[in-house]
Design a binder for this molecule. Structure first.
Ligand code: XMP
Length: 546
Protein backbone atom coordinates (compact mmCIF):
# COMPACT_ATOMS: atom_id res chain seq x y z
CA UNK A 1 0.00 0.00 0.00
CA UNK A 2 1.93 3.00 -1.23
CA UNK A 3 0.86 6.35 0.14
CA UNK A 4 2.44 9.52 1.42
CA UNK A 5 3.27 9.52 5.08
CA UNK A 6 4.19 11.75 7.98
CA UNK A 7 6.30 10.26 10.75
CA UNK A 8 5.37 11.30 14.27
CA UNK A 9 8.52 10.89 16.33
CA UNK A 10 7.50 10.19 19.89
CA UNK A 11 9.36 11.87 22.74
CA UNK A 12 7.00 10.52 25.38
CA UNK A 13 4.21 13.07 24.96
CA UNK A 14 0.74 12.16 26.14
CA UNK A 15 -0.69 13.40 22.82
CA UNK A 16 1.44 11.31 20.46
CA UNK A 17 -1.54 9.32 19.14
CA UNK A 18 -3.63 12.44 18.87
CA UNK A 19 -1.09 14.11 16.56
CA UNK A 20 -1.18 11.09 14.23
CA UNK A 21 -4.98 11.05 14.34
CA UNK A 22 -5.25 14.73 13.50
CA UNK A 23 -2.90 14.32 10.54
CA UNK A 24 -4.95 11.37 9.33
CA UNK A 25 -8.07 13.50 9.63
CA UNK A 26 -6.42 15.52 6.86
CA UNK A 27 -6.28 12.31 4.79
CA UNK A 28 -2.56 11.97 5.17
CA UNK A 29 -1.21 8.75 6.61
CA UNK A 30 0.73 9.28 9.86
CA UNK A 31 2.66 6.75 11.84
CA UNK A 32 4.09 7.02 15.37
CA UNK A 33 7.67 5.85 15.88
CA UNK A 34 9.90 6.02 18.97
CA UNK A 35 12.48 8.83 19.07
CA UNK A 36 15.22 6.18 18.97
CA UNK A 37 14.25 5.02 15.46
CA UNK A 38 17.40 4.79 13.32
CA UNK A 39 17.84 7.23 10.45
CA UNK A 40 18.10 4.39 7.92
CA UNK A 41 14.62 3.25 8.96
CA UNK A 42 13.27 6.75 8.50
CA UNK A 43 14.93 6.95 5.11
CA UNK A 44 13.30 3.65 4.09
CA UNK A 45 9.84 5.02 4.90
CA UNK A 46 10.56 8.18 2.84
CA UNK A 47 8.16 10.34 4.83
CA UNK A 48 6.99 13.62 3.39
CA UNK A 49 7.48 15.21 6.79
CA UNK A 50 8.45 14.55 10.40
CA UNK A 51 6.71 15.81 13.54
CA UNK A 52 8.44 15.76 16.92
CA UNK A 53 5.92 15.28 19.73
CA UNK A 54 5.96 16.94 23.11
CA UNK A 55 7.26 15.09 26.13
CA UNK A 56 7.61 15.37 29.89
CA UNK A 57 11.38 15.96 29.88
CA UNK A 58 13.55 19.06 29.97
CA UNK A 59 16.22 19.45 27.29
CA UNK A 60 18.63 20.37 30.10
CA UNK A 61 18.47 16.89 31.54
CA UNK A 62 21.37 14.94 29.98
CA UNK A 63 19.20 11.80 30.04
CA UNK A 64 16.39 13.45 28.09
CA UNK A 65 15.49 11.91 24.73
CA UNK A 66 17.32 13.52 21.83
CA UNK A 67 16.97 13.54 18.06
CA UNK A 68 19.83 12.42 15.84
CA UNK A 69 21.27 15.79 14.63
CA UNK A 70 21.68 14.32 11.13
CA UNK A 71 17.91 14.13 10.92
CA UNK A 72 17.82 17.89 10.34
CA UNK A 73 20.00 17.47 7.25
CA UNK A 74 17.90 14.86 5.48
CA UNK A 75 15.95 17.38 3.48
CA UNK A 76 12.68 16.21 5.08
CA UNK A 77 10.56 18.99 6.65
CA UNK A 78 10.47 18.87 10.46
CA UNK A 79 7.87 20.34 12.82
CA UNK A 80 8.59 20.34 16.55
CA UNK A 81 5.74 20.56 19.08
CA UNK A 82 6.34 21.69 22.69
CA UNK A 83 9.29 19.57 23.92
CA UNK A 84 9.96 18.85 20.23
CA UNK A 85 10.17 22.61 19.61
CA UNK A 86 12.53 23.17 22.53
CA UNK A 87 14.68 20.27 21.38
CA UNK A 88 15.05 21.83 17.93
CA UNK A 89 16.04 25.15 19.49
CA UNK A 90 18.48 23.46 21.87
CA UNK A 91 20.10 21.23 19.25
CA UNK A 92 20.44 23.96 16.61
CA UNK A 93 22.05 26.57 18.86
CA UNK A 94 19.11 28.58 20.21
CA UNK A 95 18.51 29.32 23.88
CA UNK A 96 16.01 27.42 25.99
CA UNK A 97 15.24 28.67 29.49
CA UNK A 98 13.20 27.49 32.43
CA UNK A 99 10.32 29.74 33.48
CA UNK A 100 9.72 30.32 37.21
CA UNK A 101 6.16 29.05 36.77
CA UNK A 102 4.66 26.70 34.20
CA UNK A 103 2.34 28.02 31.52
CA UNK A 104 -0.69 25.79 31.36
CA UNK A 105 -4.03 26.06 29.59
CA UNK A 106 -5.61 28.35 27.05
CA UNK A 107 -3.41 31.18 25.85
CA UNK A 108 -3.71 33.82 23.16
CA UNK A 109 -1.30 33.34 20.28
CA UNK A 110 -0.32 36.62 18.63
CA UNK A 111 0.64 36.44 14.98
CA UNK A 112 3.75 38.50 14.13
CA UNK A 113 3.92 38.02 10.40
CA UNK A 114 2.69 35.96 7.49
CA UNK A 115 4.59 32.71 7.08
CA UNK A 116 4.13 29.11 5.95
CA UNK A 117 2.96 27.97 9.42
CA UNK A 118 0.81 31.02 10.11
CA UNK A 119 -1.08 30.87 6.81
CA UNK A 120 -4.77 31.62 7.40
CA UNK A 121 -4.25 31.92 11.17
CA UNK A 122 -6.01 34.86 12.83
CA UNK A 123 -4.09 37.77 14.33
CA UNK A 124 -5.03 36.43 17.75
CA UNK A 125 -5.88 32.77 18.19
CA UNK A 126 -6.50 30.61 21.25
CA UNK A 127 -3.98 27.81 21.71
CA UNK A 128 -3.29 25.21 24.39
CA UNK A 129 -0.03 25.53 26.32
CA UNK A 130 1.54 23.09 28.73
CA UNK A 131 5.20 23.80 29.46
CA UNK A 132 7.79 25.08 31.91
CA UNK A 133 10.84 25.43 29.63
CA UNK A 134 10.54 27.88 26.75
CA UNK A 135 12.57 29.06 23.79
CA UNK A 136 14.12 32.41 24.75
CA UNK A 137 16.19 32.93 21.60
CA UNK A 138 15.68 30.97 18.38
CA UNK A 139 18.64 29.42 16.57
CA UNK A 140 20.25 31.39 13.78
CA UNK A 141 18.20 31.51 10.62
CA UNK A 142 14.84 31.14 12.42
CA UNK A 143 12.15 33.82 12.38
CA UNK A 144 9.70 34.33 15.20
CA UNK A 145 6.26 34.37 13.60
CA UNK A 146 4.07 34.28 16.71
CA UNK A 147 4.38 34.86 20.45
CA UNK A 148 2.17 34.93 23.54
CA UNK A 149 2.20 37.19 26.57
CA UNK A 150 4.59 34.90 28.46
CA UNK A 151 6.28 33.10 25.63
CA UNK A 152 8.55 35.11 23.33
CA UNK A 153 8.87 32.31 20.77
CA UNK A 154 5.54 30.54 20.33
CA UNK A 155 6.19 29.77 16.65
CA UNK A 156 9.57 29.87 14.92
CA UNK A 157 10.31 29.00 11.33
CA UNK A 158 13.27 28.44 9.05
CA UNK A 159 11.68 27.80 5.66
CA UNK A 160 15.06 27.58 3.91
CA UNK A 161 15.98 24.63 6.14
CA UNK A 162 12.38 23.38 6.25
CA UNK A 163 12.38 23.34 10.05
CA UNK A 164 9.44 24.67 12.08
CA UNK A 165 8.52 24.69 15.73
CA UNK A 166 5.45 25.53 17.81
CA UNK A 167 5.47 25.80 21.60
CA UNK A 168 1.75 25.05 21.97
CA UNK A 169 -0.23 21.90 21.14
CA UNK A 170 -1.99 22.28 17.77
CA UNK A 171 -3.31 18.71 18.03
CA UNK A 172 -5.72 19.32 20.94
CA UNK A 173 -9.13 20.74 20.20
CA UNK A 174 -8.61 23.58 22.71
CA UNK A 175 -6.23 25.06 20.13
CA UNK A 176 -8.94 26.58 18.02
CA UNK A 177 -6.95 26.86 14.79
CA UNK A 178 -4.65 23.94 15.59
CA UNK A 179 -5.86 21.84 12.69
CA UNK A 180 -5.06 24.69 10.30
CA UNK A 181 -1.50 24.79 11.68
CA UNK A 182 -1.12 21.05 11.07
CA UNK A 183 -2.66 21.47 7.66
CA UNK A 184 -0.19 24.27 6.87
CA UNK A 185 2.66 21.93 7.69
CA UNK A 186 1.32 18.80 6.03
CA UNK A 187 0.07 20.40 2.80
CA UNK A 188 1.81 23.78 2.58
CA UNK A 189 5.26 22.74 3.76
CA UNK A 190 5.45 18.99 3.06
CA UNK A 191 3.42 19.13 -0.14
CA UNK A 192 1.18 16.18 0.70
CA UNK A 193 -1.84 15.64 -1.54
CA UNK A 194 -4.09 13.77 0.93
CA UNK A 195 -4.10 10.29 -0.58
CA UNK A 196 -5.11 8.42 2.61
CA UNK A 197 -8.70 7.43 1.88
CA UNK A 198 -10.60 4.56 3.48
CA UNK A 199 -12.12 3.43 0.19
CA UNK A 200 -8.72 2.82 -1.31
CA UNK A 201 -7.60 1.26 1.96
CA UNK A 202 -10.39 -1.29 1.61
CA UNK A 203 -9.47 -2.15 -1.99
CA UNK A 204 -5.78 -2.42 -1.22
CA UNK A 205 -6.41 -4.53 1.90
CA UNK A 206 -8.64 -6.97 0.07
CA UNK A 207 -5.99 -7.47 -2.56
CA UNK A 208 -3.29 -7.96 0.05
CA UNK A 209 -5.38 -10.40 2.10
CA UNK A 210 -6.10 -12.49 -1.02
CA UNK A 211 -2.41 -12.57 -1.83
CA UNK A 212 -1.48 -13.61 1.72
CA UNK A 213 -4.18 -16.22 2.25
CA UNK A 214 -4.16 -17.81 -1.21
CA UNK A 215 -6.13 -21.05 -0.94
CA UNK A 216 -5.65 -21.18 2.85
CA UNK A 217 -8.23 -21.09 5.64
CA UNK A 218 -8.67 -18.39 8.24
CA UNK A 219 -10.33 -18.32 11.64
CA UNK A 220 -11.69 -15.22 13.35
CA UNK A 221 -12.99 -14.70 16.88
CA UNK A 222 -16.00 -12.44 16.50
CA UNK A 223 -17.23 -10.53 19.53
CA UNK A 224 -19.78 -8.27 17.86
CA UNK A 225 -17.66 -5.26 18.77
CA UNK A 226 -16.65 -2.78 16.11
CA UNK A 227 -13.09 -4.00 15.56
CA UNK A 228 -13.72 -7.71 15.20
CA UNK A 229 -16.84 -7.09 13.11
CA UNK A 230 -15.00 -4.87 10.65
CA UNK A 231 -12.03 -7.26 10.52
CA UNK A 232 -14.39 -10.17 9.82
CA UNK A 233 -16.27 -8.38 7.03
CA UNK A 234 -13.06 -7.19 5.40
CA UNK A 235 -11.72 -10.75 5.49
CA UNK A 236 -14.97 -12.16 4.21
CA UNK A 237 -14.96 -9.71 1.27
CA UNK A 238 -11.50 -10.95 0.44
CA UNK A 239 -11.76 -14.70 0.95
CA UNK A 240 -15.46 -15.54 1.47
CA UNK A 241 -16.05 -19.07 2.70
CA UNK A 242 -12.37 -19.66 3.39
CA UNK A 243 -13.10 -17.68 6.57
CA UNK A 244 -14.79 -19.12 9.64
CA UNK A 245 -16.01 -16.80 12.38
CA UNK A 246 -16.58 -18.10 15.87
CA UNK A 247 -18.83 -16.01 18.07
CA UNK A 248 -18.69 -17.00 21.72
CA UNK A 249 -21.81 -15.80 23.51
CA UNK A 250 -20.68 -15.71 27.13
CA UNK A 251 -24.05 -14.50 28.33
CA UNK A 252 -22.52 -11.24 29.51
CA UNK A 253 -23.54 -9.20 26.48
CA UNK A 254 -26.01 -6.33 26.38
CA UNK A 255 -29.67 -7.14 25.87
CA UNK A 256 -30.34 -8.75 22.45
CA UNK A 257 -26.72 -8.34 21.42
CA UNK A 258 -26.05 -12.01 20.75
CA UNK A 259 -29.03 -12.23 18.41
CA UNK A 260 -28.04 -8.99 16.70
CA UNK A 261 -24.59 -10.35 15.96
CA UNK A 262 -26.10 -13.57 14.62
CA UNK A 263 -28.59 -11.67 12.49
CA UNK A 264 -25.79 -9.80 10.77
CA UNK A 265 -23.15 -12.50 10.45
CA UNK A 266 -25.15 -15.73 10.64
CA UNK A 267 -26.74 -17.71 7.81
CA UNK A 268 -29.62 -15.22 7.50
CA UNK A 269 -27.21 -12.27 7.42
CA UNK A 270 -25.59 -10.47 4.54
CA UNK A 271 -22.18 -12.07 4.49
CA UNK A 272 -20.96 -15.18 2.80
CA UNK A 273 -18.90 -16.65 5.61
CA UNK A 274 -18.95 -19.67 7.88
CA UNK A 275 -20.46 -18.54 11.17
CA UNK A 276 -20.48 -20.54 14.37
CA UNK A 277 -22.31 -19.25 17.44
CA UNK A 278 -21.43 -20.95 20.68
CA UNK A 279 -23.98 -20.44 23.41
CA UNK A 280 -21.72 -20.84 26.39
CA UNK A 281 -23.70 -18.80 28.93
CA UNK A 282 -24.14 -21.59 31.45
CA UNK A 283 -20.46 -22.46 31.49
CA UNK A 284 -19.54 -18.85 32.25
CA UNK A 285 -22.24 -18.45 34.91
CA UNK A 286 -21.12 -21.65 36.60
CA UNK A 287 -17.48 -20.52 36.70
CA UNK A 288 -18.42 -17.07 38.01
CA UNK A 289 -20.67 -18.34 40.78
CA UNK A 290 -19.76 -16.67 44.09
CA UNK A 291 -16.69 -14.88 42.68
CA UNK A 292 -16.55 -11.25 43.81
CA UNK A 293 -13.00 -10.06 43.20
CA UNK A 294 -12.87 -8.00 39.95
CA UNK A 295 -9.51 -9.24 38.68
CA UNK A 296 -10.50 -12.82 39.37
CA UNK A 297 -13.72 -12.34 37.43
CA UNK A 298 -11.80 -10.94 34.48
CA UNK A 299 -9.36 -13.83 34.54
CA UNK A 300 -12.12 -16.42 34.72
CA UNK A 301 -14.00 -14.86 31.82
CA UNK A 302 -10.83 -14.49 29.75
CA UNK A 303 -9.71 -18.08 30.37
CA UNK A 304 -13.12 -19.58 29.77
CA UNK A 305 -13.37 -17.61 26.54
CA UNK A 306 -10.09 -19.07 25.34
CA UNK A 307 -11.18 -22.56 26.33
CA UNK A 308 -14.46 -22.34 24.42
CA UNK A 309 -12.75 -20.85 21.40
CA UNK A 310 -10.06 -23.54 21.53
CA UNK A 311 -12.65 -26.31 21.57
CA UNK A 312 -14.34 -24.87 18.49
CA UNK A 313 -11.01 -24.37 16.76
CA UNK A 314 -10.17 -28.02 17.41
CA UNK A 315 -13.42 -29.09 15.74
CA UNK A 316 -12.50 -27.01 12.72
CA UNK A 317 -8.98 -28.45 12.63
CA UNK A 318 -5.75 -26.72 11.71
CA UNK A 319 -6.15 -23.36 10.04
CA UNK A 320 -3.57 -21.33 8.23
CA UNK A 321 -4.42 -17.91 9.59
CA UNK A 322 -5.85 -16.49 12.78
CA UNK A 323 -7.53 -13.11 12.30
CA UNK A 324 -7.34 -10.51 15.03
CA UNK A 325 -9.02 -7.13 15.23
CA UNK A 326 -5.97 -5.37 16.70
CA UNK A 327 -6.06 -1.63 16.01
CA UNK A 328 -3.35 1.04 15.92
CA UNK A 329 -3.62 2.37 19.49
CA UNK A 330 -2.93 -1.18 20.76
CA UNK A 331 0.09 -1.37 18.47
CA UNK A 332 1.43 2.01 19.60
CA UNK A 333 0.89 1.27 23.26
CA UNK A 334 2.54 -2.13 23.24
CA UNK A 335 5.19 -1.13 20.69
CA UNK A 336 6.31 1.89 22.66
CA UNK A 337 6.10 0.02 25.95
CA UNK A 338 3.45 2.14 27.59
CA UNK A 339 0.42 -0.08 28.05
CA UNK A 340 -1.75 0.69 31.04
CA UNK A 341 -1.71 -1.82 33.85
CA UNK A 342 -4.58 -0.58 35.96
CA UNK A 343 -6.81 -3.45 34.85
CA UNK A 344 -5.94 -6.63 32.98
CA UNK A 345 -7.80 -6.00 29.77
CA UNK A 346 -9.18 -9.12 28.28
CA UNK A 347 -9.13 -9.44 24.53
CA UNK A 348 -8.16 -12.07 22.02
CA UNK A 349 -4.48 -11.25 22.47
CA UNK A 350 -4.03 -14.45 24.47
CA UNK A 351 -5.31 -16.82 21.81
CA UNK A 352 -2.35 -17.74 19.62
CA UNK A 353 -0.89 -20.24 22.10
CA UNK A 354 -4.03 -22.27 22.07
CA UNK A 355 -5.00 -22.53 18.42
CA UNK A 356 -3.30 -24.49 15.69
CA UNK A 357 -2.52 -21.89 13.05
CA UNK A 358 0.40 -20.75 10.93
CA UNK A 359 0.20 -16.97 10.90
CA UNK A 360 -1.72 -14.04 12.36
CA UNK A 361 -3.51 -11.55 10.13
CA UNK A 362 -4.36 -8.18 11.64
CA UNK A 363 -6.02 -6.27 8.82
CA UNK A 364 -6.76 -3.19 10.96
CA UNK A 365 -3.47 -2.86 12.80
CA UNK A 366 -2.63 0.49 11.22
CA UNK A 367 -6.04 2.11 11.80
CA UNK A 368 -7.43 4.34 14.51
CA UNK A 369 -10.90 3.63 15.82
CA UNK A 370 -12.54 6.37 13.71
CA UNK A 371 -10.90 4.90 10.64
CA UNK A 372 -12.08 1.41 11.54
CA UNK A 373 -15.62 2.78 11.70
CA UNK A 374 -15.12 4.47 8.35
CA UNK A 375 -13.90 1.22 6.81
CA UNK A 376 -16.98 -0.46 8.29
CA UNK A 377 -19.19 2.06 6.51
CA UNK A 378 -17.30 1.56 3.25
CA UNK A 379 -18.00 -2.15 3.63
CA UNK A 380 -21.70 -1.53 4.18
CA UNK A 381 -21.86 -2.77 7.79
CA UNK A 382 -25.03 -1.49 9.50
CA UNK A 383 -24.54 1.86 11.24
CA UNK A 384 -25.69 0.57 14.65
CA UNK A 385 -22.83 -1.91 14.59
CA UNK A 386 -20.27 0.52 13.21
CA UNK A 387 -21.01 3.29 15.69
CA UNK A 388 -21.32 0.98 18.65
CA UNK A 389 -19.77 2.20 21.89
CA UNK A 390 -16.76 0.39 23.28
CA UNK A 391 -17.78 -2.67 25.23
CA UNK A 392 -15.31 -4.51 27.45
CA UNK A 393 -14.37 -8.10 26.63
CA UNK A 394 -15.57 -9.37 30.05
CA UNK A 395 -18.85 -7.63 29.30
CA UNK A 396 -21.45 -7.21 32.01
CA UNK A 397 -19.25 -9.36 34.24
CA UNK A 398 -17.42 -6.17 35.20
CA UNK A 399 -20.53 -4.00 35.24
CA UNK A 400 -22.01 -5.98 38.09
CA UNK A 401 -20.20 -5.15 41.30
CA UNK A 402 -19.66 -8.29 43.34
CA UNK A 403 -20.89 -11.73 42.39
CA UNK A 404 -22.56 -12.31 39.05
CA UNK A 405 -25.88 -14.13 38.81
CA UNK A 406 -28.31 -14.57 35.89
CA UNK A 407 -30.81 -12.47 37.83
CA UNK A 408 -28.39 -9.57 38.18
CA UNK A 409 -27.46 -9.88 34.51
CA UNK A 410 -31.12 -9.51 33.63
CA UNK A 411 -31.42 -6.37 35.79
CA UNK A 412 -28.39 -4.67 34.31
CA UNK A 413 -29.35 -5.66 30.75
CA UNK A 414 -32.82 -4.18 31.13
CA UNK A 415 -31.65 -1.02 32.86
CA UNK A 416 -28.98 -0.51 30.23
CA UNK A 417 -31.51 -1.03 27.44
CA UNK A 418 -33.78 1.64 28.90
CA UNK A 419 -30.87 4.03 29.34
CA UNK A 420 -29.78 3.61 25.72
CA UNK A 421 -33.33 3.88 24.43
CA UNK A 422 -33.97 7.14 26.29
CA UNK A 423 -30.67 8.67 25.19
CA UNK A 424 -31.48 7.77 21.57
CA UNK A 425 -34.91 9.39 21.95
CA UNK A 426 -33.38 12.55 23.45
CA UNK A 427 -30.89 12.78 20.59
CA UNK A 428 -33.72 12.46 18.06
CA UNK A 429 -35.66 15.25 19.81
CA UNK A 430 -32.56 17.44 19.85
CA UNK A 431 -31.98 16.93 16.13
CA UNK A 432 -35.62 17.65 15.37
CA UNK A 433 -35.39 20.90 17.33
CA UNK A 434 -32.51 22.12 15.16
CA UNK A 435 -34.24 21.03 11.96
CA UNK A 436 -37.33 23.00 12.96
CA UNK A 437 -35.19 26.01 13.86
CA UNK A 438 -33.61 25.75 10.39
CA UNK A 439 -37.02 25.68 8.74
CA UNK A 440 -38.14 28.73 10.72
CA UNK A 441 -34.95 30.57 9.76
CA UNK A 442 -35.47 29.69 6.12
CA UNK A 443 -39.06 30.90 6.22
CA UNK A 444 -37.90 34.24 7.55
CA UNK A 445 -35.25 34.49 4.84
CA UNK A 446 -32.18 33.85 7.01
CA UNK A 447 -30.49 31.33 4.71
CA UNK A 448 -27.08 31.41 6.39
CA UNK A 449 -28.63 30.84 9.79
CA UNK A 450 -30.72 27.99 8.40
CA UNK A 451 -27.61 26.38 7.00
CA UNK A 452 -25.86 26.66 10.37
CA UNK A 453 -28.84 25.07 12.15
CA UNK A 454 -29.00 22.25 9.65
CA UNK A 455 -25.35 21.48 10.16
CA UNK A 456 -26.03 21.48 13.90
CA UNK A 457 -28.79 18.93 13.34
CA UNK A 458 -26.29 16.74 11.51
CA UNK A 459 -23.83 16.92 14.42
CA UNK A 460 -24.27 15.52 17.92
CA UNK A 461 -25.49 17.17 21.11
CA UNK A 462 -22.66 18.42 23.33
CA UNK A 463 -24.04 16.32 26.18
CA UNK A 464 -23.97 13.07 24.20
CA UNK A 465 -21.41 10.88 25.98
CA UNK A 466 -18.68 8.92 24.20
CA UNK A 467 -19.57 5.97 26.40
CA UNK A 468 -22.56 5.39 28.64
CA UNK A 469 -24.11 2.40 30.26
CA UNK A 470 -25.92 1.08 33.29
CA UNK A 471 -24.11 -0.97 35.90
CA UNK A 472 -25.40 -2.75 38.96
CA UNK A 473 -24.03 -1.80 42.36
CA UNK A 474 -23.83 -4.38 45.06
CA UNK A 475 -25.88 -2.15 47.31
CA UNK A 476 -29.39 -2.96 48.38
CA UNK A 477 -31.47 -0.35 50.09
CA UNK A 478 -34.96 0.25 51.39
CA UNK A 479 -37.64 1.78 49.25
CA UNK A 480 -41.39 1.96 49.08
CA UNK A 481 -43.48 0.94 46.13
CA UNK A 482 -47.24 1.27 46.36
CA UNK A 483 -47.94 0.23 49.91
CA UNK A 484 -45.03 -2.13 50.14
CA UNK A 485 -41.54 -1.85 51.53
CA UNK A 486 -38.85 -2.92 49.06
CA UNK A 487 -35.28 -3.96 49.70
CA UNK A 488 -33.67 -3.98 46.27
CA UNK A 489 -30.58 -3.22 44.21
CA UNK A 490 -29.30 0.16 43.06
CA UNK A 491 -28.45 0.72 39.42
CA UNK A 492 -25.55 3.05 38.64
CA UNK A 493 -25.71 5.13 35.48
CA UNK A 494 -22.33 5.99 34.03
CA UNK A 495 -21.78 8.43 31.17
CA UNK A 496 -18.43 9.91 30.18
CA UNK A 497 -16.93 12.15 27.57
CA UNK A 498 -13.43 11.20 26.55
CA UNK A 499 -11.18 11.40 23.53
CA UNK A 500 -8.85 8.54 24.34
CA UNK A 501 -10.47 6.58 27.21
CA UNK A 502 -7.32 7.21 29.28
CA UNK A 503 -8.95 10.20 30.92
CA UNK A 504 -12.65 10.96 31.04
CA UNK A 505 -15.16 13.38 32.49
CA UNK A 506 -18.62 12.59 33.77
CA UNK A 507 -21.20 14.05 31.40
CA UNK A 508 -23.67 16.69 32.55
CA UNK A 509 -26.84 15.10 31.31
CA UNK A 510 -30.01 17.15 31.01
CA UNK A 511 -31.83 16.58 34.29
CA UNK A 512 -35.12 15.66 32.58
CA UNK A 513 -33.34 12.86 30.76
CA UNK A 514 -31.90 11.44 34.00
CA UNK A 515 -35.32 11.73 35.59
CA UNK A 516 -36.99 9.88 32.77
CA UNK A 517 -34.40 7.08 32.74
CA UNK A 518 -34.62 6.74 36.52
CA UNK A 519 -38.36 6.55 36.56
CA UNK A 520 -38.48 3.95 33.80
CA UNK A 521 -35.82 1.77 35.40
CA UNK A 522 -37.55 1.79 38.79
CA UNK A 523 -40.91 1.00 37.20
CA UNK A 524 -39.80 -1.53 34.63
CA UNK A 525 -36.84 -3.41 36.08
CA UNK A 526 -37.84 -5.90 38.72
CA UNK A 527 -35.38 -6.01 41.64
CA UNK A 528 -34.19 -2.41 41.29
CA UNK A 529 -35.54 0.36 43.54
CA UNK A 530 -32.86 3.06 43.28
CA UNK A 531 -30.86 4.73 40.51
CA UNK A 532 -27.58 6.55 41.15
CA UNK A 533 -25.61 8.74 38.75
CA UNK A 534 -21.83 8.38 38.82
CA UNK A 535 -20.18 11.83 38.77
CA UNK A 536 -16.59 10.58 39.08
CA UNK A 537 -14.02 11.58 36.49
CA UNK A 538 -11.11 9.37 35.39
CA UNK A 539 -8.74 9.62 37.11
CA UNK A 540 -9.36 9.05 39.98
CA UNK A 541 -12.20 6.72 38.93
CA UNK A 542 -12.09 4.36 35.99
CA UNK A 543 -14.82 4.24 33.37
CA UNK A 544 -16.00 0.75 34.25
CA UNK A 545 -16.85 0.06 37.88
CA UNK A 546 -14.54 -2.93 38.15
P1 XMP B 1 -11.48 1.74 32.31
O1 XMP B 1 -12.53 1.08 33.11
O2 XMP B 1 -10.15 1.06 32.39
O3 XMP B 1 -11.96 1.61 30.79
O4 XMP B 1 -11.38 3.20 32.58
C1 XMP B 1 -11.36 2.28 29.71
C2 XMP B 1 -12.02 1.77 28.45
O5 XMP B 1 -11.68 0.41 28.23
C3 XMP B 1 -12.83 -0.40 28.25
N1 XMP B 1 -12.48 -1.60 29.00
C4 XMP B 1 -12.16 -2.77 28.44
N2 XMP B 1 -12.09 -3.15 27.16
N3 XMP B 1 -11.48 -5.31 27.83
C5 XMP B 1 -11.74 -4.43 26.85
O6 XMP B 1 -11.69 -4.81 25.68
C6 XMP B 1 -11.51 -5.00 29.15
O7 XMP B 1 -11.26 -5.81 30.02
C7 XMP B 1 -11.87 -3.66 29.46
N4 XMP B 1 -12.00 -2.99 30.64
C8 XMP B 1 -12.38 -1.72 30.32
C9 XMP B 1 -13.92 0.41 28.91
O8 XMP B 1 -15.22 0.02 28.47
C10 XMP B 1 -13.55 1.81 28.51
O9 XMP B 1 -14.01 2.10 27.20
Amino acid sequence: MQHESILVVDFGGQYNQLIARRVRDLHVYAEVVPYSTALEKIREVQPKGIIFTGGPNSVFDPASPQADPDLYKMGIPVLGICYGAQLIAHQLGGTVETAPVSEYGKTILRKQEESPMMREISGESIVWMSHTDYIAVPPEGFRITADTEHCPVAVMEAPERQIYAVQFHPEVTHSVEGQQILSNFVFGVCGCSGDWQMASFVDASIEKIRETVGEGRALCALSGGVDSSVAAVLMSRAIGKQLTCVFVDHGLLRKNEGDEVEAVFGPEGSYDLNFIRVNAQDRFYEKLKGVTEPEEKRKIIGEEFIRVFEEEAKKIGAVDFLVQGTIYPDVIESGLGKSATIKSHHNVGGLPDYVDFREIIEPLRMLFKDEVRQVGRELGIPEYLVSRQPFPGPGLGIRIVGDVTPEKIRMVQEADWIFREEVAKAVAVWKQKWREAAEDALTSGAALKADRYLRRAESRPEWLPDQYFAALSNMRSVGVMGDFRTYDYAVVLRAVSTSDFMTADAVQFPWELLNQVTSRIINEVRGVNRVLYDCTSKPPGTIELE
